[in-house]
Design a protein around this ligand. Structure first.
Ligand code: PA5
Length: 440
């Protein structure tokens, strides 16, 4: 496997000695992530997951995915945050943004429970009306409002369509192992749904390579063995602290250096729409892990060249608070050439016969050079191609770098206390039992 971090477009923005200055903190952060005491105190199970996963459950996921593929036309995946973004990122990374229209061997996979919007939910109900449907509800806590609402709605639909017993066979629950009172696990066990486990030592945004991501990813037709193998390669490659060789450590250090040079926003950019949700996943991974105690780099994302025609102006000329981290494959999933034409009315005759990948690579280089000249440092992460193995590798790389980076920054990367504030207000406004008399 090869993942490369090219820092040549960032080095000029890093003051002399500042990388060296951060190296002791990076080494301490690397050791902290691996420290047995820290690993029992924090949910760091993802660190060894590519080796330590439950083989019995992994086989059951594959068998279940095949059953689901035969049983339905639409597979509705209900979840939010870490129980949503990883699976969607993986499926679109490997299969493209049009994965549903192109998939001939399985159901269309739709995501729900990631908002409270009545229109989004109603549209999906309409899509499901005359189709055979299966549902995977995913919630580690089993008490999150958004997926709970969507699950109620889809449970009612399935019970109407197939009867109570028929619905049981079509509902799959991914949640915490322990049935706490009033949670999804308790309900699932009581009703008899097939369940999968969100490991207790893995937080939502680090859970894509557990059952949380793997069941939907397998139903969408991706090879989950290859995905785990890619993550396993990364785990081995990044096992030692060696600043010159460990790309995850180097990336964590560079982003913190750029941050200390006044770059408050990291823009995750790609040149393929298939990576839109990889950008969303990265935003959640880094935003929720680092944005606390009034610290953190604000993560944003863009797909170029699309967004060069919208955000490009700001990136080139706006406030100089940005750096970009570009994700770029060595080769695309499809090969396509620009057709030759008799008349050059569109003025692109000079690139006729060239591949779109070649033109896209020049758009990338031209953009990087322009943005660097405009004062925006670029870190370039290259990977071989958009397949399962590379996705697994990238996931492990970014998760490890995120943990190291959070510790360098001086925050705990594994909690998300700030997410509770909106929930508390919403519960007070809705009159949830237990919130009586509380004020906003
Ligand atoms: O990363 C996290 O922990 C969060 O984003 C959660 O995944 C998200 O809040 C959903 O939580 P749950 O899976 O408990 O429904």
């Amino acid at each position: 496997m090869s993942l490369r971090l090219d820092t040549q477009y960032a080095d000029q923005f890093v003051s002399a000695g500042s990388l060296e200055k951060l190296r002791p903190a990076a080494e301490a952060a690397f050791k902290k992530v691996r420290d047995p005491a820290e690993r029992s105190a924090q949910p760091i199970g993802w660190l060894t997951l590519p080796e330590d996963y439950d083989r019995e459950e992994f086989s059951r996921i594959k068998v279940c995915a095949e059953r689901i593929k035969k049983m339905c036309d639409v597979f509705v995946v209900i979840g939010i945050g870490g129980s949503y973004l990883g699976a969607r990122a993986a499926i679109e990374f490997v299969k493209g943004a049009n994965y549903n229209a192109l998939n001939k061997n399985g159901p269309a996979v739709y995501f729900s429970g990631n908002s409270i919007d009545p229109d989004a939910l109603s549209e999906l109900l309409e899509i499901c009306a005359d189709k055979d449907v299966c549902v995977n509800v995913i919630s580690k806590s089993g008490t999150t409002t958004e997926p709970a609402i969507a699950f109620r709605v889809f449970r009612e639909l399935l019970e109407k369509k197939y009867g109570a017993e028929g619905a049981v066979k079509r509902i799959f629950v991914t949640t915490d192992k322990t049935p706490k009172p009033g949670t999804l696990k308790e309900f699932a066990d009581a009703v008899g749904y097939e369940t999968f486990v969100v490991p207790s030592n893995i937080g939502g945004r680090f859970s894509v390579l557990s059952a949380v991501g793997l069941l939907p990813i397998a139903v969408a037709g991706c090879d989950i063995d290859a995905m785990m193998a890619g993550a396993n390669d990364a785990m081995k490659d990044f096992a030692d602290y060696d600043f010159t060789k460990n790309t995850a450590v180097r990336y964590a250090v560079y982003r913190n250096c750029l941050h200390s040079e006044g770059k408050a926003v990291e823009f995750y950019c790609s040149y393929t729409p298939a990576l839109q949700y990889t950008g969303e996943w990265l935003k959640q991974l880094y935003g929720e892990s680092e944005g606390k105690d009034h610290k953190g780099i604000f993560p944003a994302s863009a797909v170029y060249s699309t967004d060069l025609h919208s955000l490009g102006q700001y990136v080139q000329d706006g406030e100089r608070i940005l750096f970009e981290t570009v994700l770029i494959p060595d080769e695309p999933r499809y090969k396509l050439d620009i057709p030759k034409a008799a008349l050059d009315t569109d003025g692109i005759g000079y690139i006729a016969g060239k591949s779109l990948h070649y033109v896209n690579s020049k758009a990338f280089l031209g953009t990087v050079l322009a943005h660097v000249k405009g004062g925006v440092p670029n870190l370039v992460v290259s990977y071989e191609k958009a397949d399962e193995k590379n996705f697994g590798y990238l996931v492990y790389f970014f998760e490890l770098a995120c943990a190291i980076s959070g510790y360098i920054l001086g925050v705990c990367p594994f909690n998300q206390p700030g997410v509770e504030a909106y929930k508390k207000n919403m519960f007070i406004l809705l009159g949830k039992p237990g919130y009586e008399g509380q004020t906003i």
